[in-house]
Design a protein around this ligand. Structure first.
Ligand code: ATP
Ligand code: MG
Length: 559
């Protein structure tokens, strides 16, 4: 499908209309506003693709990267750095437009004084619990704070002394003066500034009062001349407050907030709080554990930026809540890798095969395509020797005829090489375990069956003497239930204990001992595998990025 055939989403429709009508002089300015309190996840990718994407679709359109760093307790420069790396890796560029809400602490403070001067804000001394009680409920209106009618001079004096650090944390709050009876709880005189003696990762100890998200966000948007402030649906009820704040002040631009639904994905959690709990508990190896739905985890697993962008395009933008199937993400990845990944062979659980018809010590270098549909990617050499390894599960002493692999007395084609026949099975005399297959090869079958000869099964293999040993990590979802967000209790108690299987003693084609290309490899018949940074020289470690669709396991489940 080409882009021009697709129908735009409702946000793109609104933007087109605004641009046509010359709103904000026909400018388009968006922003992606992460809070640096964790690593980005696939949900953020949806927002990044929307904000940077829509800006790129319009001549002169721009997207800012703005760190929403108004909550110093949980924020850190580690996250600031990781977020930038992830946005860049996804293929987006904010150029020189990187901002921090903390850059606006001074103007934000002055706008707060302006609100006080206009009688639109006041200092309230109610304790947090009294404030909650005065706030009312969804069915009952709130009551006015006894401090609501403080005079302008007194408010200004108290607010300045709040800034100067004269009062303890939590003793006083600056509140907007709106409407304690509003049916929208966000409009019941919400807090604008709180006293908190916390070090900020950028402003240090310069401030002991910090603005709330609702107060800072709209003004930050306006100061950056953002025209369309795109956010997720939980902010829909905050839009009247966003608009109210902008209405009271004389600002360089009037942004418009539009909400869309959050991405949620089956078998995983998306909130940074829960992801952080997984990291802190040690249940995962860090934010970039290949099982995590973080951008860094997906990258380490072997996901490509192209596949994530394609996934975001497929899910689209709407207001309806939806939980997207994991299969959609995996299919976007598979189709990208299918087209581009170099092919190679690896044996995860080796079973030794001795080709009795092959001379001792003889090596034959065969050629195989790096990609069967893309000749331009060239050829690789693989070495055929007397001793080989095949996958344990590719041999059975007896099996139903649907099992198109090797059985005692049967034939199978070794991929990119010869047809072999199994003559004898050697078992451990004590355990009965199969330790070796004695086979013979047919020299007339290199890469093709002679006329009239049918060998249906093809299995992968590696040379026993010309291969390297390494480790493979196989992954299953972090949670076994499709909606782990709905679980009660601690999220770490629900992690799938079988979400990672480590297979050591795997055998790879020698090329895999080297630093790999950026893309995952396709290990023929096994799936796509990406070299992990835990690899050592000569001892590679591969993450299974995603499997192939496996025909036999489906047949076997039905038998
Ligand atoms: P979380 O609950 O995961 O911590 P958040 O909304 O607090 O998410 P922010 O860093 O504030 O995270 O988000 C930055 C931007 O990304 C916001 O505009 C937010 O609406 C958007 N965003 C966050 N999560 C999702 C999601 N799951 N789907 C789409 N957009 C998202
Ligand atoms: Mg947030």
């Amino acid at each position: 499908m080409t882009d021009s055939l697709e129908s735009a989403d409702f946000i793109r429709d609104i933007i087109d209309q605004d641009l046509k009508n010359g709103v904000n002089s026909g400018r388009l300015q968006t922003r992606f506003p992460p809070e640096p309190n964790g690593y980005l996840h696939i949900g953020h990718a949806k927002s990044i693709c929307l904000n940077f994407g829509v800006a790129a679709e319009h001549a002169g359109g721009q997207c800012n990267l703005r760190f929403d760093d108004t909550n110093p307790e949980k924020e850190d420069v580690e996250y600031v750095d990781a977020i930038q790396e992830d946005v860049r890796w996804l293929g987006f560029d904010w150029e020189e437009r990187k901002y921090f809400a903390s850059d606006y602490f001074e103007p934000l403070y002055h706008y707060a004084e302006e609100l006080i001067l206009k009688g639109k804000a006041y200092v309230c001394d109610l304790s947090p619990s009294a404030m909650r009680e005065y706030r009312g409920t969804l069915t009952e209106p709130g009551r006015d704070s006894p401090y609501r009618d403080r005079g302008v001079e007194e408010n200004l004096d108290l607010f300045r002394r709040m800034r100067a650090g004269e009062f303890p944390d939590g003793a006083r709050v600056l509140r907007a003066r709106i409407d304690m009876a509003s049916p929208n709880m966000n409009m019941r005189d919400p807090a604008l500034y709180r006293i908190r003696r916390v070090e900020h990762h950028r402003t240090g100890h310069a401030w002991v009062i910090y603005p709330t998200y609702d107060y800072a966000h709209g003004i930050s948007d306006a100061l950056e001349c953002v025209t369309h402030s795109l956010c997720t649906l939980e902010f829909e009820d905050h839009r009247p407050l966003y608009d109210w704040i902008l209405d009271q002040l004389d600002l360089p631009c009037r942004p418009r907030q539009i909400e869309f639904s959050r991405l949620s994905l089956e078998y995983t959690v998306m909130s940074k709080r829960k992801l952080n709990a997984l990291v802190q508990s040690g249940m995962v190896a860090g934010w970039d554990d290949p099982r995590m739905p973080t951008i860094s985890g997906l990258r380490r697993r072997g996901y490509t930026p192209e596949s994530i962008r394609e996934f975001c395009r497929c899910i689209g933008i709407s207001k309806s809540p939806n939980r997207v199937e994991l299969a959609l993400l995996e299919n976007c990845l598979r189709s990208d890798l299918e087209a581009r990944s170099p092919r190679t062979m690896a044996v995860l659980r080796p079973l030794k095969v001795v080709i009795e018809s092959w001379p001792e010590g003889h090596e034959e270098f065969l050629t195989a395509p790096i990609h069967p549909q893309n000749e331009a990617m060239g050829k690789r050499t693989i070495c055929f020797t007397r001793e080989l390894f095949i996958e344990q599960e590719d041999f059975r002493e007896t099996a139903p005829k649907q099992y198109k692999r090797l059985v005692t007395g049967g034939e199978v084609r070794l991929r990119n090489a010869y047809v072999i026949r199994c003559r004898e099975v050697i078992q451990d005399p004590v355990t009965g375990e199969i330790v070796e297959l004695r086979c013979e090869h047919d020299p007339a079958t290199l890469n093709a069956n002679p006329v009239g000869r049918k060998v249906a099964g093809v299995i992968h293999w590696v040379s026993a003497t010309r291969s390297v040993v390494g480790e493979v990590r196989l992954y299953a979802p972090l949670f076994t239930m499709p909606e782990p967000d709905a679980l009660k209790g601690e999220i770490v108690d629900h992690v799938n204990p079988d979400s990672m299987e480590i297979v050591s003693g795997c055998r790879f084609e020698p090329i895999l001992a080297e630093e790999s290309v950026a893309l995952p490899y396709q290990f023929e018949r096994l799936g796509y595998f990406h070299r992990d940074r835990d690899s050592c020289p000569g001892a590679p470690v591969f993450n299974r990025t995603v499997g192939l669709r496996d025909a036999w396991s489906k047949i076997e489940q039905k038998l």
